[in-house]
Ligand binder design. Structure first.
Ligand code: AMP
Length: 278
């Protein structure tokens, strides 16, 4: 595994692989790796000849400066976790490799970004779209692996890659969960033991709601009750709990097309999100 810090080194590597006709995968992350990230690495290893994992805590996608400050940074541990996977490159760009002096371009995807996470985290998806565009273009990967854990993000990066004719195909992978159902997240380490015990309530209530909706219960009534249950369990006010079209994220009133239930809520000072297929 080669540790790469500059886009020029990355390009040189990439060129040597293209020359041999090898398929290249990229797995973009912000580090603090857990089994969710590692499942993407595993999928990438199966799907391509060469695998680049990137670690960059992207300041442009944090709408809350405190969240950025507190974001775990664990490069050495991350490298140790990746060692058994025998990846080809770990790209940890210094900030100037992504945002050089005078950087003035913003990638903004409309439609998909406006609601749900977009409504609660102003500027977040512009930050994501901008950094992901850069990572796709710097790596010129054939394929990129993203988690369904960040479902809206996965749809947005798929859209931007198509819209900008970037030749990186986006592949979505299932959410990896703790045994009690909590979606793995780098932010989970910030939960106190008491909060950690409360945390699975969100997924539990989402599962219950999905089941009730499948059985034909009134969607609005089910969602209102699930929100209440999540809050009763000890979460703060639920930011959203919405049933949406799985492709467009448009609001839905029935199950005639594939749908997704998506939620976000604060638990103490940690913001947790989750989503499931209905
Ligand atoms: P992050 O480091 O949070 O930016 O996440 C990097 C990538 O890992 C994104 O594509 C996430 O969707 C994905 N990811 C994060 N948590 C999980 C999880 N629990 N299961 C699957 N993928 C995940």
């Amino acid at each position: 595994m080669k540790l790469v810090r500059t886009k020029d080194e990355l390009r040189t590597l990439r060129r040597s692989w293209i020359f041999k006709g090898e398929k290249v995968a990229v797995v973009p992350t912000m580090g603090a790796l857990h089994a969710g990230h590692l499942s993407l690495v595993e999928a990438a290893k199966k799907g391509a000849d060469r695998v680049i994992v990137t670690i960059f805590v992207n300041p442009k996608q944090f709408n809350n400066p405190d969240d950025l400050d507190k974001y775990p940074r664990t490069e050495e541990d991350d490298a140790a976790k990746l060692a058994p996977y025998d990846i080809d490159a770990l790209y940890v760009p210094t900030p100037d490799q992504i945002y050089p002096d005078g950087f003035a371009t913003n990638v903004s995807v409309s439609g998909l970004t406006e609601d749900l996470e977009g409504a609660h985290r102003p500027g977040h998806f512009d930050g994501v779209a901008t950094v992901v565009s850069k990572l796709f273009l710097q790596s010129r990967a054939d394929v990129a692996y993203f988690g369904q854990k960040d479902y809206q993000q996965m749809l947005i990066v798929t859209r931007l890659s198509k819209d900008l004719d970037i030749e990186t195909e986006v592949v979505g992978c299932p959410t990896v969960r703790e045994e009690d159902g909590l979606a793995m997240s780098s932010r989970n380490v910030r939960l106190s033991p008491e909060e950690r015990a409360i945390a699975p309530a969100m997924k539990r209530e989402m599962d219950r709601a999905a089941e009730a909706i499948r059985r034909g219960a009134e969607i609005r009534v089910v969602l209102d009750s699930a929100k209440q249950q999540i809050e009763n369990a000890g979460y703060g006010a639920v930011e959203y709990l919405e049933l949406r079209d799985a492709e467009t994220l448009a609001p839905v009133t029935d199950l005639s097309r594939p749908t997704r239930l998506l939620a976000a809520a604060m638990l103490g000072d940690v913001r947790l999100i989750d989503n499931i297929a209905v």
